[in-house]
Write a protein that binds this ligand. Structure first.
Ligand SMILES: [Zn+2]
Ligand SMILES: [Zn+2]
Length: 252
């Protein structure tokens, strides 16, 4: 098969999904293709306050754990969040799980008495938000170098520019390919070879632990566009390329 260089990531994914169904009877589903900058930043702020799985990124105002956004910064009424116009509506919740309320007193922002944000309620709202969007791993910022209340300096998400697409069902696809194709030894190898036929690859699928994302697809980089037969390929080729790439890559 000729690798479709002129096609967008989304077009390649559509062809790949049709191919998985026709060739292996496997039903794949797109979880996320495009995100707006605001959505990406919402996911990112939740991720950076709750977890921060990024190896090399740290919020500017870091909590005692040395990794996540400091609650004092997150709940500071005078801080204007970048890209997210109304954080109270989305995340900052009172003890009773109501949106916190801000008011201006002598030109300075304050929380209305009884409507201050509560840490546990906010954690609850953020967890729910990520869960509803199926965001379980790292989420990159909505703008280059990030912004308040995080300011970690990370690169913007590739989902904003349509350079990435998250597709569910990859492990199932791997199993189905292995039952028909004995040349591949592992599910990951089977999926990676299949994706390469459609000009796609998974730069985060070979990372350890929570950083691993088997569903995050991007266009195959130019240096990997030479088709290689399974039996001649270096078995660790995808792994090596993924490591090389992920050292410059800041997740989806
Ligand atoms: Zn950040
Ligand atoms: Zn992704």
């Amino acid at each position: 098969m000729v690798i479709p260089l002129h096609l967008s990531v989304k077009q390649r994914v559509d062809q790949m999904i049709a191919g998985a169904k026709a060739r292996y009877g496997c039903h794949l589903a797109i979880n996320q293709s495009h995100r707006t900058a605001e959505q990406a930043q919402q996911f990112h702020i939740c991720h950076m306050f709750l977890h921060n799985f990024f190896k090399h990124l740290k919020p500017k105002h870091v909590s005692a754990d040395g990794r996540t956004i400091d609650w004092n910064r997150l709940s500071d009424p005078t801080v204007t969040w970048d890209i997210i116009p109304r954080p109270e509506q989305d995340f900052l919740r009172t003890k009773n799980h109501q949106p916190a309320q801000r008011q201006l007193i002598n030109g300075r922002a304050n929380w209305v008495a009884g409507y201050e944000p509560d840490k546990q309620s906010t954690i609850h709202a953020m967890k729910q938000f990520l869960q509803n969007a199926h965001v379980t791993s790292m989420a990159a910022p909505g703008k280059h170098l990030c912004g308040e209340p995080c300011g970690c300096g990370g690169h913007a998400s590739k989902h904003i520019t349509g350079l990435a697409c998250d597709v569910g069902g990859m492990d199932r696809l791997g199993q189905l390919i292995l039952t028909k194709n004995r040349e591949c030894r592992t599910m990951d190898e089977a999926v990676d070879h299949f994706l390469a036929e459609y000009g796609l690859w998974r730069p985060l699928a070979h990372l350890p632990g929570k950083a691993r994302e088997v569903w995050h697809l991007e266009a195959l980089p130019a240096h990997h566009r030479h088709p290689h037969p399974v039996q001649k390929a270096d078995p660790s080729l995808h792994h090596k390329l993924a490591l090389e790439r992920s050292s410059h890559h800041y997740a989806c």
